[in-house]
Design a protein around this ligand. Structure first.
Ligand SMILES: Nc1nc2c(c(=O)[nH]1)N[C@H]1C(S)=C(S)[C@@H](COP(=O)(O)OP(=O)(O)OC[C@H]3O[C@@H](n4cnc5c(=O)[nH]c(N)nc54)[C@H](O)[C@@H]3O)O[C@H]1N2
Ligand SMILES: Nc1nc2c(c(=O)[nH]1)N[C@H]1C(S)=C(S)[C@@H](COP(=O)(O)OP(=O)(O)OC[C@H]3O[C@@H](n4cnc5c(=O)[nH]c(N)nc54)[C@H](O)[C@@H]3O)O[C@H]1N2
Ligand code: SF4
Ligand SMILES: [Mo]
Length: 719
């Protein structure tokens, strides 16, 4: 229908919530009412729903903390000197001088870019191009490496394509059995629950695997209380049972896949009693899960960060794809495997070149044909394009070492809060010769930068986002940015200009987008046929969409997979223990994740008055049995210690967690930083850090009245 299903917008502009990958449709008014407000629209992902974060997003548009001018150090060579307001010319000149000095002395690769999955397609694309054409550096990566990289790698290996959900979100309502592994959409994407609820109302069985009995698990029929890091063993165990019970879809396996025999051999050793020992999930629950998935007329398996953010995250996602393939699910109506993408543009942000090894259209930087195509669109010699760089964690870890980055520009990520092993990150950022950060607010990372650039927010810019379904949609400008604030596209164009590369860079979103369409044409993520006009008229268009008259592709794999032979690939994977297991010094398992009322590093949502009334206190979830053994009472302050660092949280006693596991949210910096604790061990395929499991010690620090808030103020530099 277009325009988010509303024929009469009453002077309002349809756009989307800035936060998660659901990209709920909203409308806003360009003129007063002041302060700005949003109303949900009838967009296909939210159909009139909105979560607390979406409702509160306009509060940040005219927030008093908003950065309104660039900031620079009073003493340019002393990062401990205070930040002071500066003109755009001065700030951009400082960045340019730092880039030139570093590249002159250490070569082009000494400058690195760090991007984000919240950036529009236009900005993500331009950042990738700025690295390769503006700076000629291989060093670019982004926070999606912390988010979607494991499932993306698994999807590419099995299906030849990485589109989070290969079907529309609404198909979830048609599945008569759904297994969610390590996802808590009831808290992380509340409006999506309407599709789960509709499925259950129609008789579907839902199963949730999570060390916590989350809101999502409580709503489901079956909860599998899996040990952190044991999801691969769980999947192989389920497949073992399915094979022995004769549930394998033999015709599907024969006609649509390759490699099943090796997987069958591998899972033969995953006897239910062994799997019960590794996972903590009883044999009875394993049997019920297999039966539900295998006997339902339609079934889906969905993974999210709980399964994927591990040093074996790629293989774990692979194991669930193997299970889905054996049951013949991918490509069938109301069925399939999907990964639930996280950030607002987590999908588009991983397609157009801000990843170390990637060119637009999901092309590979090491593929000569891809280089030739993109170089021609960019008007440069393919030989000029640098090769692949290193992943986000490695780029940070190697700062200052030979071949590593010495000057870094960060757009749309707060790595001092969200990257693993915070103290190491702080140490490496301090070792940089130069750091620039573009943000809306002074984040923990911005607070340690040499130059800070204020940027426009969602409702102040034009562009496109690609949601969790692969649906490309329009972000619309409703208001102008405050005086003195620019957007990232104009910053990149201005920097390119100063570096003598200005002719390659436009600051106009539609010009950049039309170039992205040409650069993506013929690639896996083909946007060639998706114009701004079509997106608005059709409430979004699903990629791939190679031509103006192509309808777009809401459902993938109905006829063939995106592999050369059209078949999906089974890949043999084996359980490995997490890099860190509990021992005498660190006797428990720590896992981390999200709460409903905060978003990511919290740099935005911690500032929202309405959200902070409900979600301002960082809490560690602890089982009452464990708490009793450790003498911890409700609301006591507890100190968590791992091999990397310590952090302080308020104890929240709950029976909804395994007694051997502690959960903390990662939305805070300072004292309550989850990432002061986390393990930076990387997945060997995806380079994803092990955010979801490490060994931890816990002790009581003080009683409930013992201290005020345990979190630091939003812009306290973490030390
Ligand atoms: N409120 C809110 N919503 C968000 C976000 C936010 O920050 N706040 N962020 C957005 C983004 S970027 C993302 S990526 C998504 C993430 O969305 P989710 O994946 O739903 O969120 P998480 O809380 O990271 O992890 C989900 C669950 O994994 C469980 N878990 C932990 N370890 C394990 C394990 O080893 N195995 C299993 N099976 N489960 C485990 C946790 O207990 C948690 O309930 O949310 C998006 N939506
Ligand atoms: N322990 C632990 N750590 C985790 C995770 C976990 O589950 N556990 N999850 C990981 C995951 S899945 C993710 S996605 C990452 C997210 O971690 P971050 O990348 O740190 O996430 P955000 O807080 O969204 O950071 C985005 C920043 O960009 C700013 N911003 C917003 N829009 C724009 C824009 O258009 N331009 C610019 N220049 N800035 C903008 C925001 O104010 C904010 O400061 O965290 C990861 N870290
Ligand atoms: S579910 Fe996601 S997109 Fe929808 S309102 Fe909440 S944060 Fe925004
Ligand atoms: Mo994410």
């Amino acid at each position: 229908m277009g325009d988010h299903g509303s024929p009469d917008l009453g002077g309002s502009v349809p756009t989307h919530c800035p936060y998660c990958s659901l990209q709920c449709g909203v409308r806003m008014w360009p003129a007063p009412p002041r302060p700005p407000v949003v109303e949900p629209t009838d967009f296909p992902t939210n159909r009139g729903g909105l979560c607390a974060k979406g409702w509160s997003a306009p509060e940040l548009l005219d927030h008093p903390d908003r950065l309104l001018t660039p900031l620079v150090r009073t003493d340019p060579v002393d990062r401990r000197s205070p930040l002071r307001p500066a003109s755009w010319d001065e700030a951009l000149d400082r960045i340019t001088a730092a880039i030139q000095a570093s590249q002159h002395r250490y070569g082009p690769a000494s400058v690195g870019l760090f991007g984000g999955g919240g950036l529009t397609n236009e900005k993500a694309y331009q950042l990738g191009k700025f690295a390769r054409v503006g700076l000629r550096t291989p060093h670019i990566d982004y926070n999606g490496r912390f988010c979607m990289s494991s499932s993306a790698t698994a999807g590419n290996r099995a299906f030849g394509i990485d589109r989070g959900l290969p079907f529309p979100l609404a198909d979830i309502a048609d599945a008569r059995a759904v297994l969610v592994v390590g996802g808590n959409p009831a808290d992380t994407m509340p409006p999506a629950m309407q599709y789960f609820d509709a499925g259950r109302a129609a008789g579907a069985v839902h199963i949730v695997a999570d060390p916590r009995r989350t809101a999502t698990a409580r709503g489901a029929g079956i909860h599998l209380p899996v040990a952190p890091g044991a999801d691969l063993a769980l999947a192989n165990g389920l497949l073992h049972i399915a094979i022995r019970a004769g549930y394998v879809d033999q015709a599907y396996v024969r006609e649509r896949t390759t490699g099943f025999d090796a997987v069958r051999t591998a899972v033969a050793g995953y006897w239910p009693d062994r799997v019960e020992r590794i996972t903590g999930v009883s044999e009875e629950l394993l049997q019920r899960t297999v039966q539900a998935l295998a006997t339902a007329p339609t079934a889906m398996i969905l993974t999210a960060r709980g399964a994927e953010q591990h040093s074996s995250g790629t293989d774990t996602a692979q194991a669930y794809i193997n299970l889905a393939l054996a049951l013949g699910l991918p490509g069938r109506p109301g069925s399939g495997y999907g990964t639930i993408t996280g950030q607002g543009n987590g999908q588009g942000g991983r397609e157009h070149g801000q990843k170390a090894d990637q060119l637009p259209g999901y092309r590979r930087l090491d593929d000569p044909a891809a280089r030739a195509h993109v170089a021609a669109v960019w008007g440069v010699d393919p030989a000029e394009l640098p090769g692949p760089g290193v992943s986000a964690t490695e780029m940070i870890d190697r700062i200052g070492s030979p071949g590593g980055v010495r000057a870094m520009l960060v757009f749309a990520s707060n790595i001092l809060v969200s990257a693993p092993d915070r103290d190491r990150v702080a140490d490496r950022l301090a070792a940089l010769d130069f750091l620039a950060v573009s943000d809306i607010f002074r984040s923990e990372t911005a607070a340690v930068a040499d130059v800070v650039l204020p940027t426009a927010q969602w409702a102040e810019e034009e562009g496109t986002m690609t949601n969790l379904e692969g649906r490309v949609l329009r972000r619309r400008r409703v208001l102008p940015p405050p005086d003195g604030v620019r957007d990232d596209l104009s910053v990149l164009a201005a920097l390119a200009d100063r570096l003598g590369r200005g002719r390659y860079f436009s600051a106009d979103p539609q010009t950049v987008y039309d170039e992205l369409r040409r650069a993506s044409a013929g690639g896996i993520a083909d946007y060639a046929g998706i114009s701004y006009q079509r997106i608005e008229a059709e409430d979004g268009v699903f990629w791939p969409c190679p031509a103006d008259d192509h309808p777009g592709t809401p459902r993938l794999f109905t006829e063939r997979f995106a592999t050369p032979d059209g078949r999906a690939r089974f890949i043999r994977v084996e359980h490995r223990d997490p890099a860190e297991l509990p021992d005498r010094s660190y006797p428990y398992l720590l896992t981390t994740g999200r709460i409903m009322g905060q978003y990511q590093s919290g740099n935005q949502t911690r500032r929202s008055p309405s959200l902070s009334s409900t979600a301002s206190d960082p809490k560690a979830e602890i089982h009452p049995d464990l708490a009793r053994r450790l003498g911890i009472g409700t609301a006591d302050l507890v100190e968590l210690t791992t091999r990397r660092g310590r952090a302080v949280f308020r104890a929240y006693l709950t029976e909804h967690i395994r007694p051997d596991t502690i959960f903390v949210p990662f939305h805070w910096g300072g004292l309550a930083s989850a990432n002061a604790l986390t393990d930076p061990t990387l997945d060997r395929h995806s380079r994803m850090p092990a955010f979801k499991v490490c060994a931890v010690a816990v002790r009581r620090l003080a009683g409930p009245a013992g201290a005020g808030r345990s979190s630091a103020a939003p812009d306290d530099p973490a030390t």
